[in-house]
Design a protein around this ligand. Structure first.
Ligand code: AMP
Length: 287
């Protein structure tokens, strides 16, 4: 695996590969890798001839009171996992290289980033779309893989790619879960054993929403209420939001007459966790 720190060197690697007729898949990450990330990478490998990944904890997507400085990091361990996939090129720049003094250009998807996390993390998605646009220009992939775990991020990036005519394909990958249902996340490392147990309420809540759909729920409020009830009866979890929205536009929706994403953000102790599930009126996951 080549480890590349400079944008110009990364662009050269990709241009050389493209000239040789290679197809480049790309998985951007913030590191502290788990099976969710590795699943994206394996999927990328199976769809292309070369796999590039990036490791960059992006300061512009963290709010002033968020966990940027204590975000878990393990560069050597991550490199080892990437080599096992294997990843062909890892782009791992320093923050000053990605956002040098004087940077002032932002990329923002304005509507799909309203509601859900957009209401609670001002500036977050603008930071995400900006860094991903830069990464696309640096890595020049033919396809890029993103997890449905970060559903609103996925929709914002899909929107950006259409709106700005990026010449690449976005491939969504379903959420990878622990055997007991907990969605894998680098932030799970923050949880104490008791908190880890309480965190199961998120995936249980989503299952409850799915069951409400199977029982014939007619409104999105019924889905959200069913999910909320599970978390409400779990002590030590503070709900930030429980929402059921149109799974394409993420707009609020009253009637449950199409695919809906039930999305949850909650604090377990100091740790903010998110999870979501797409449900359809027939109660089948929408895929
Ligand atoms: P992160 O390092 O958290 O920025 O995540 C990098 C990529 O991995 C994003 O596209 C995430 O959506 C994806 N990802 C994170 N956790 C999971 C998971 N449990 N299942 C599938 N994809 C995931």
């Amino acid at each position: 695996m080549e480890i590349i720190a400079s944008p110009a060197a990364m662009q050269r690697w990709s241009e050389d590969a493209r000239r040789r007729g290679e197809k480049i898949a790309f998985v951007p990450t913030m590191g502290f890798l788990h099976e969710g990330h590795i699943t994206l990478m394996r999927e990328g490998r199976s769809r292309a001839t070369l796999l590039a990944s990036s490791l960059f904890v992006n300061p512009t997507q963290f709010g002033p009171n968020e966990d940027f400085s204590r975000y878990p990091r393990n560069f050597e361990g991550d490199c080892e996992l990437m080599r096992s996939v294997p990843v062909d090129a890892l782009f791992a720049p320093e923050p000053e290289v990605m956002f040098p003094a004087g940077s002032q250009t932002w990329v923002e998807a304005t509507e799909v980033t309203q509601g859900l996390c957009g209401d609670h993390r001002p500036g977050h998605f603008r930071g995400v779309t900006t860094v991903v646009a830069k990464l696309f220009n640096i890595v020049k992939p033919h396809l890029a893989l993103f997890g449905e775990k970060d559903f609103q991020q996925l929709r914002a990036i899909e929107r950006m790619v259409v709106d700005l005519n990026f010449d690449l394909q976005i491939v969504p990958v379903p959420t990878v879960r622990e055997p007991d249902g907990l969605a894998m996340s680098s932030r799970n490392a923050y949880l104490s054993p008791e908190e880890r147990q309480r965190a199961l309420a998120l995936s249980s809540a989503l299952r409850a929403a799915c069951e409400a759909a199977a029982r014939g729920a007619r409104t999105t409020a019924e889905l959200a209420l069913a999910a909320r009830a599970v978390i409400d009866r779990t002590p030590g979890i503070e709900i930030e939001y429980v929402t059921a929205a149109d799974s394409q536009t993420l707009q609020a929706l009253e009637e449950f007459d199409r695919a809906v994403v039930v999305a949850i953000a909650a604090r377990v102790g100091k740790t903010r966790l998110i999870d979501n599930l797409v449900v359809t009126p027939s109660a089948l996951p929408a895929r």
